[in-house]
Design a binder for this molecule. Structure first.
Ligand SMILES: *[C@@H]1O[C@H](CO)[C@@H](O)[C@H](O)[C@H]1NC(C)=O
Ligand SMILES: *[C@@H]1O[C@H](CO)[C@@H](O)[C@H](O)[C@H]1NC(C)=O
Ligand SMILES: *[C@@H]1O[C@H](CO)[C@@H](O)[C@H](O)[C@H]1NC(C)=O
Ligand SMILES: *[C@@H]1O[C@H](CO)[C@@H](O)[C@H](O)[C@H]1NC(C)=O
Ligand SMILES: CC(=O)N[C@H]1CO[C@H](CO)[C@@H](O)[C@@H]1O
Length: 489
């Protein structure tokens, strides 16, 4: 259906990108014109600004070696006093920009803390769009203040280095759809993106591990080196071309991946692994995921790239099945679930393959509880499938940090079952009273908006919630001027 395809989020990006190119072309033409005019007027200083090899605005393709670059800087210093002073004042200006940035973050931090002290269940802030309320938020007032502060000041710079499809591109359909949808949303015009890296609070590296697996991984080779090396190479390029990576050792840099190998791909670059903000679907605390620094990102299996037709379901009284699961024998948790429950019970319906007449989505909608065991990795697209179908998710995993746990109280809208308790699932679920169940289900409906993929994004949806998680991580670090790079607060 090409007509509905046009409306999908990712194809939004294409006409948009050609528009951006057009605009860029005109801007470039203008810049060339201005510099030509200035040259002819004899003002060499300003035209110099556009072509210095070590200017952060210069082209990245003809990078000189470090030694060579140093030489050039030295020569310049000797040859021209006036330019040395321009350079110095530029460094100074940059330094105070950083101080201004940190000061504004400091004010946001205090405002959020203050809001958190005042009230916790309902926000006291005006908002024509949405007012978070209820215990499902850890602190609704602090969250709302934080969200509004983010909308007001948060700025993200997206590195321009790298070519499609490994960079600036990602899948918007399939199980890894959220990797592509975030990259596309970031590449599009949005309220956070800034073209001026000196004004940014964080720096986004728009590479796609899913695309790297597609193009660089040789099937059955078990060799992931090319992927890790490509990521390491990218970090190397941006840390040579721009001053920002070295300034913070990557602490204000962001990567995102929904692929199982996302964490592994980052492990080839020690500071990316240990310092940067990694937005990962595979949020496994046993594989280096640190909840205070990294961001857990929802995995959503979108066949068409959009959520139309997936949202909503019948009321609690019209849900006849207690619990439901259908899926392959992946990883180490699902075999245990299948061993205990596969086609053995009339209330807990567990299948490795869904029998022919049954429809997966309508099964989710007919169930009270939807079982979400980890598969090959900790995250399961079933969690968001359940939330979309307004079925209470039952998380069965080890060391998994669910998405947006920094804001949402998962205990109040999901059930968490330990792997050792899989045999008792029916007892655990049947002891939950009807009233308790209705409360859980109502809250699932309440948090649904935070997991919805929109093209283009809408306030409080998955895109903005993810940016909000990044914003909170950035509030946790403080960058200082040259010398002492950062403190964690
Ligand atoms: C607000 O939060 C504090 C600290 O988490 C808690 O002790 C208090 O009971 C909460 N107040 C309300 C009204 O929930
Ligand atoms: C950042 O540090 C690396 C090595 O530590 C160095 O090669 C690179 O040139 C530095 N980048 C800048 C912009 O100074
Ligand atoms: C990253 O963390 C690991 C584990 O804590 C440690 O072994 C490694 O040395 C760290 N790397 C850097 C560059 O800090
Ligand atoms: C989480 O990581 C640990 C350590 O690598 C691994 O043993 C475990 O299987 C992972 N969990 C899942 C569900 O893959
Ligand atoms: C290296 C360089 O381009 N230096 C320029 C700095 O500014 C002076 C005066 O405007 C120019 O004469 C130099 O060419």
């Amino acid at each position: 259906m090409p007509s509905s395809d046009k409306r999908t989020f990712c194809s939004f990006y294409r006409p948009y990108s050609s528009l951006i190119f057009l605009v860029l072309f005109f801007v470039l033409a203008l810049v060339v014109m201005i510099s030509v005019i200035q040259c002819t007027l004899g003002d060499e200083r300003s035209s110099e600004f556009f072509k210095t090899p070590d200017s952060p605005y210069g082209s990245s393709s003809s990078l000189p070696q470090t030694g060579e670059k140093q030489d050039r800087i030295e020569k310049k210093k000797e040859s021209d006093k006036i330019n040395v002073t321009t350079r110095k004042s530029r460094v100074k200006r940059q330094y105070s920009t950083l101080e201004k940035i940190e000061a504004s973050l400091g004010r946001a931090r205090s405002a959020i803390k203050e809001a958190g002290r005042t009230h916790n269940l309902t926000s006291t802030h005006d908002d024509p769009g949405y007012v978070p309320r209820g215990p499902v938020y850890r602190n609704a007032n602090a969250f709302h203040r934080s969200y509004l502060e983010m909308e007001r000041i948060f700025k993200i710079y997206v590195y321009e280095e790298g070519e499609q499809p490994l960079f600036h591109y990602g899948p918007c359909k399939s199980i890894y759809s959220t990797e592509g949808s975030f990259i596309h949303a970031m590449e599009m015009e949005n309220i956070y993106r800034t073209k001026d890296p000196n004004k940014a609070h964080v720096y986004f590296m728009p590479f796609s591990v899913v695309e790297m697996v597609k193009y660089l991984f040789v099937l059955n080779s078990h060799d992931m080196d090319p992927i890790g090396a490509t990521v390491a190479d990218y970090v190397n390029v941006i840390s040579k071309t721009h001053p920002y990576w070295n300034r913070s050792l990557g602490a204000d840099h962001v990567m995102l991946s929904c692929h199982d190998w996302g964490p592994y791909a980052s492990s080839y670059t020690p500071h990316l692994y240990n310092m940067s903000i990694r937005v990962l679907c595979n949020a496994n605390t046993s594989e280096g995921f640190v909840p205070s620094r990294d961001v857990s990102y929802p995995e959503i299996h979108l066949l068409t790239g959009e959520v139309r037709g997936l949202l909503g379901g019948p009321s609690p009284s019209r849900r006849s099945i207690l619990a439901f699961f259908a899926g392959g024998r992946h990883g180490h948790i699902r075999p245990i679930l299948l061993k205990h429950w596969e086609e053995k019970d009339e209330d807990v319906l567990v299948y490795e393959r869904l029998p022919k007449p049954l429809n997966y989505n309508s099964m989710l909608q007919k169930s009270k509880y939807c079982l979400c065991p980890s598969g090959f990795e900790v995250a399961s697209p079933r969690v968001v499938e359940a939330i979309y179908a307004e079925c209470v998710p039952v998380l069965i995993s080890d060391g998994y940090i669910p998405p947006f746990s920094d804001v949402l109280n998962w205990e109040l809208f999901s059930i968490q079952v330990k792997v050792k308790d899989i045999a008792n699932i029916k007892d655990i679920l049947t002891t939950i009273s009807e009233n308790q169940y209705r409360r859980l289900q109502r809250r699932v409906k309440q948090v649904q908006r935070h997991f919805v993929v929109n093209g283009p994004p809408k306030r409080f949806d998955i895109f903005h919630m993810t940016v909000h998680s990044i914003w909170l991580r950035r509030l946790n670090i403080r960058l200082k001027g040259l010398g002492s790079p950062l403190t964690i607060i």
